[in-house]
Design a binder for this molecule. Sequence first.
Ligand code: PGA
Length: 247
Amino acid sequence: MVRRKYVVGNWKMNGLSGALAEAEAIFAGARAHEAVDVALCPPFTLIGPMAALGGATGGQDCHPQPSGAFTGSVSAPMLADAGAALVIVGHSERREGFAERDADVKAKAGAALAAGLSVILCVGEPLAVRESGGAIDYVLAQVQGSLPGDFDPARLAVAYEPIWAIGTGRVPTIEDVAAMHGAIRAALSDRIGEGAAAVRLLYGGSVNGDNAADLLGARDVDGALVGGASLTAAKFLPIIEAAARVG
Ligand code: PGA
């Protein structure tokens, strides 16, 4: 099974309407690389106008319920209605900052799929767990606890993002990334059988134009989830180009 490379930008809480010019430049540059799927996940406020630029646009979170008395929240059908094609769920900044547990992430992923969105499900260990040698067990438990019960493997990607690598400039060794991705693929295979071959596994955490080719070339790495380096075309396009090169 050939999995298309997938490079996704997570803008986090960055971007006013003036930043749409960067998104436009990113989408225009991405069109030169037909073999790579590219998406940007801006704050809620920019989803509509960014989707109108014609590139794949996603949310960074959604509520598990479709509607109701949940002040400040945005549901998966609302994201789809605004033009989103995908949503990130379970990012460590949500798990840590908003006390989201695996069960919450699972409910959000299920709600997103039901609304017709694709899902990027994030997992990743804290530094102490990595240093104690327990990273693979920790991440596989997150995968098992956060995966929705039933899903179309082509619409779900898992992003492995070690928490200590996010925004720090530190990245795991290529061997550690490949070992983690291999373990996630094997766990998916145990759970859903052959369909596991269609699930794209992204690496995230301090990906930049200099390290992207090595990371994206690692076994079982099908793409990247990129924070800081996705905010400008100058930094993001080299990552997309690296994905196209390693194919
Ligand atoms: P970073 O963020 O690329 O800035 O490390 C990645 C992420 O949090 O998705």
